[in-house]
Design a binder for this molecule. Structure first.
Ligand SMILES: [Zn+2]
Length: 269
């Protein structure tokens, strides 16, 4: 299994996801012969087939929070992964609200599909979880519902998925050292919201973290109208960092942005 990042969707708000102007099947990360599926939203199983991803090979599902555009297809993905529970396997890393709900919301995941997994880890921010040779650090967010981001530290590269959040003191610090930064940027420059990032926040965050590559995705309707490619170019100009606006089905080789691998190659001369 090649190390890869595959976007099964790049849609953000209910308008974009509702009309599938952009897909919403989450993100696949392949590293160290394991397959991670982040935030399986509406259409995950369909998009997996469309973009040639075998969900049966999922090792681990990472569910950042219980919003429908991140969690709606979690049961279908677990069913694909475990043959409907016949082959109990896999790990789910998420938070307490996503599996238990609270007084306002019911969890998207059902009891039956929870039972199809080998292990469910409910984490708070700043926990470290080992999956094979990979360390996953959960990171803080501010999104109006319990939510966590994920920082993957693999032997070959470091990648952060910031998840839905506003910018706040401590956000960038939690992702320091990440070579690849995936950011959910619902709004373009000049449009603010109380729960999500816009392009201006992203400029500040990138300047603090200085990744090798920043990928923006999870676009809302105002972002789509402003044109994510234009926004990415503007962010790139302001930060001197390579910025890509993700497209549905886009595949990235994370090793191209790994400094440790570059160092290993240099050392071998
Ligand atoms: Zn959300």
């Amino acid at each position: 299994m090649q190390p890869q990042i595959i976007f099964l969707g790049t849609g953000g708000d209910c308008f974009v996801v509702g009309k599938q102007l952009r897909a919403s099947g989450g993100i696949i990360i392949r590293a160290n012969d394991m397959q991670f599926h982040i935030d399986p939203g509406p259409g995950s199983v369909v998009r997996a087939m469309q973009y040639d991803v075998n969900l049966r090979e999922n090792t681990c599902i990472l569910l950042s929070h219980n919003h429908i555009n991140h969690a709606s297809d979690i049961n279908a993905v677990i069913s694909s992964m475990t043959h409907g529970g016949l082959d109990k396997k896999g790990v789910l890393i998420t938070n307490k609200t996503a599996v238990e709900g609270n007084e306002d919301i019911s969890p998207m995941i059902t009891h039956y599909y929870m039972g199809c997994l080998e292990r469910i880890i409910t984490a708070l921010p700043d926990q470290r979880i080992g999956v094979g040779d990979i360390e996953i650090k959960t990171t803080p967010t501010k999104h109006g519902i319990e939510n966590i981001g994920f920082k993957f530290v693999t032997p070959d590269f470091t990648l952060s998925y910031i998840s839905d959040t506003v910018n706040f003191t401590g956000l960038a610090e939690a992702h320091k050292g990440s070579e690849i930064l995936i950011m959910n940027v619902v709004n373009p420059s000049g449009v603010s919201s109380k729960i999500n990032l816009n392009s201006d926040d992203v400029v500040e965050i990138i300047k603090k973290i200085k990744p090798k590559l920043a990928i923006i995705q999870h676009f809302g309707i105002k972002m789509i109208n402003a044109d994510p490619m234009y926004e990415a170019r503007e962010i790139q100009k302001k930060t001197d960092t390579q910025v890509i606006a993700a497209k549905d089905g886009m595949v990235i080789n994370p090793l191209s942005y790994s400094s440790s691998l570059r160092q290993k190659k240099l050392d071998s001369f």
